[in-house]
Design a protein around this ligand. Structure first.
Ligand SMILES: O=P(O)(O)OP(=O)(O)OP(=O)(O)OC[C@H]1O[C@@H](n2cnc3c(O)ncnc32)[C@H](O)[C@@H]1O
Ligand SMILES: [Mg+2]
Length: 169
């Protein structure tokens, strides 16, 4: 089985490889456009990004399964929340979709996003670190290391694979 991941981000790749471990699949990661803004600003837009990535990856890599993982934010009455969505694509079938854990972002961070910046670079400046988005992620920073971005995506991919197995029964 050939699984194509629509991203070169190691936090996303690790999640897919971990969950599909028992499948002994071949993994290929490709950079594909999400078809949405670099910083998606709603669940809907983030979901769409994940689905676009999944089908583009499937097509580009010529595999059996395409996986798209996308991070974004969603406005609520209680602040701006991190949101993450995943999609699994198979040729000729509707997407399988799952969502990840969500936590509010501190106001300081939300303000930067509202003024048009992307979360990735904002987090690097905030933490004085490099490539936070490829490592613990904002979720790791604001949960004091309890849940890394890769762990969060692992949960999302588990939800995808479980539904995939159920559909294939
Ligand atoms: O290479 P790709 O797959 O695009 O990986 P990415 O890190 O850019 O991830 P997304 O495009 O899915 O995320 C959309 C934006 O939100 C940022 N982002 C999302 N979650 C984040 C997190 O946990 N920590 C840091 N930045 C995050 C990310 O850097 C982008 O600016
Ligand atoms: Mg991106």
């Amino acid at each position: 089985m050939k699984i194509i991941i629509g991203s070169k981000n190691p936090a996303k790749i690790k999640a897919v490889e971990t969950v599909f471990h028992s499948y002994q699949a071949e993994f290929i990661s490709v950079n594909v456009p999400s078809g949405v803004r670099n910083q998606p600003f709603s669940d809907e837009e983030t979901m769409k990004g994940a689905i676009n990535r999944a089908y583009s990856a499937l097509k580009e890599g010529g595999g059996d399964i395409g996986i798209g993982l996308e991070g974004g934010v969603q406005e609520t009455e209680y602040g701006l929340f991190l949101c993450n969505w995943g999609a699994l694509a198979e040729e000729g079938k509707p997407p399988i979709i799952s969502g990840g854990a969500r936590i509010p972002l501190p106001k300081k961070i939300a303000d930067r996003l509202h003024s048009g910046e992307e979360l990735g670079p904002v987090m690097d400046r905030f933490t004085d670190k490099e490539d936070v988005r490829k490592k613990e992620g904002a979720v790791g920073i604001f949960t004091n290391g309890k849940i890394s971005r890769s762990e969060m995506f692992t949960h999302v991919v588990k939800l995808l694979v479980g539904q995939y197995e159920y559909r294939s029964k």
